[in-house]
Design a protein around this ligand. Structure first.
Ligand code: NAD
Ligand code: TDX
Length: 333
């Protein structure tokens, strides 16, 4: 029985990862989910697992060393998803990014060191490299993060590495490209545009719409993390990518086409300050170990769109602002 501490498990990728673990390992895993329930944390994401005997939800902050020290001795593996994750919010208000993404990671690493954790997975991001116009980033390339979000993630990424080098804390660092799928807070490109289109609202495309991201279906990301827990080498960094580089405007048009909505919903808006032009990952280090994504982009996008169509209540509660009141009352928080 492997015991996991999943931080940020009520968010988009973390909740998909918890579903992934129960789908794959059923009762052979135990999961503690430590989540602060910021605006992005949503207990609705885990309704179907909340009564499992091998699942425990703890509402709390990864910056709370006393709480973290209580939980860490009860687990074998920490998977740290907890973060402020939205670039636009980091431009407006970086404070929480520095606290959670850097200091929170430090608190977890300290506890992992003290309690001799068996494995610590730091979920980093492709954004730590910055933008690349030609070619693709390898794990050994220089980090040139360009937003307060990516800079804070780079800080945690390198701090995790330093714990491996200095204290032999058994760290693995993953740098994944842009995720899409179920339970993504409707502020990111795909989740926002799909839900706006369903409501016949405008889709705000930044700048000229030609920025490029590499997209991966969230369950492929979860699978790669699981694969690396078994097959990754301690102290190493692994890029995880979907191999689906697309411009934002191409994605926007595809979403409208799949939903049979008019191009007139596209609205061109002022560019994001410091907007990275292109992300691209060289994933040979991971694929050489025998892992590859299972989902092709087009069918995973259709699956994702269908999920948002079928789960209108999930996102309309968030978008109407009733969400906070709802979950405070519903979950007695
Ligand atoms: P998200 O914003 O949907 O979820 C973040 C979760 O962390 C939320 O549940 C939130 O309540 C929780 N959280 C925030 N601050 C916390 C704190 N101080 N203590 C405890 N919990 C806290 O984010 P996501 O998109 O699921 O991303 C998860 C992780 O994956 C992040 O570390 C992010 O940097 C990384 N990542 C995301 C992507 C992507 O495309 N979304 C790609 C690569 C890497
Ligand atoms: O309204 C929008 N209009 C628009 O044109 C939004 C929200 C985004 N965009 C553009 C900006 C980016 O070029 O779409 C692209 C994707 O934007 P986001 O969904 O905000 O993602 P990105 O900034 O690329 O960062 C994401 O991928 C890496 C996640 O939010 C990060 O958490 C992850 O580390």
């Amino acid at each position: 029985m492997i015991r996991y501490l999943v931080t940020g498990g009520a968010g988009f990728i973390g909740s998909n990862y918890i579903h992934y673990l129960f789908d794959k390992y059923d009762n052979n895993v135990h999961v503690i989910n430590l989540d602060k329930l910021t605006y992005a944390g949503n207990p609705d994401n885990l309704k179907d697992v909340e009564n499992r005997p091998n699942y425990q939800f703890v509402k709390g902050d990864i910056c709370d060393a006393a709480l973290v020290d209580e939980l860490v001795p009860r687990v074998d593996i920490i998977v740290n998803f907890a973060a402020e994750s939205h670039v636009d919010r980091s431009i407006g208000d970086p404070d929480a990014f520095i606290k959670t993404d850097i200091y929170g990671a430090f608190v977890l690493l300290e506890s992992a060191r003290k309690h001799k954790i068996k494995k610590f997975i730091q979920i980093s991001t492709d954004e730590v490299y910055g933008s690349i116009l030609d070619g693709s980033f390898k794990e050994t390339d220089t980090l040139e993060p360009s937003s307060p979000y990516s800079a804070s993630k780079a800080g945690a990424d390198r701090l995790a590495f330093s714990y491996y080098v200095t204290y032999k804390t058994p760290v693995i660092i993953t740098r994944c490209s842009n995720n899409f799928g179920m339970f993504q807070y409707p502020e990111k490109l795909i989740s926002l545009f799909v839900t706006n289109a369903l409501e016949n609202k405008q889709l705000p495309v930044y700048g000229d719409g030609k920025n490029i991201r590499d997209w991966i279906f969230v369950l492929d990301h979860c699978d790669a993390i699981d694969f690396l827990i078994t097959n990754g080498t301690l102290g190493q960094v692994y890029n995880i990518g979907g191999g689906n580089e697309k411009t934002n405007i191409d994605i926007t048009r595809l979403i409208l086409q799949k939903l049979d909505k008019p191009a007139s919903l596209i609205t061109w808006v002022t560019d994001r300050p410091g907007h990275d032009r292109r992300y691209s990952l060289d994933t040979n280090k991971l694929t050489a170990l025998g892992w590859k994504p299972q989902y092709d982009f087009d069918s995973a996008l259709t699956k994702t769109i269908n999920w948002y169509k079928d789960n209108t209540l999930w996102w309309s509660k968030i978008k109407t602002g009733e969400f906070l009141d709802y979950y405070k009352k519903h979950y007695k928080l």
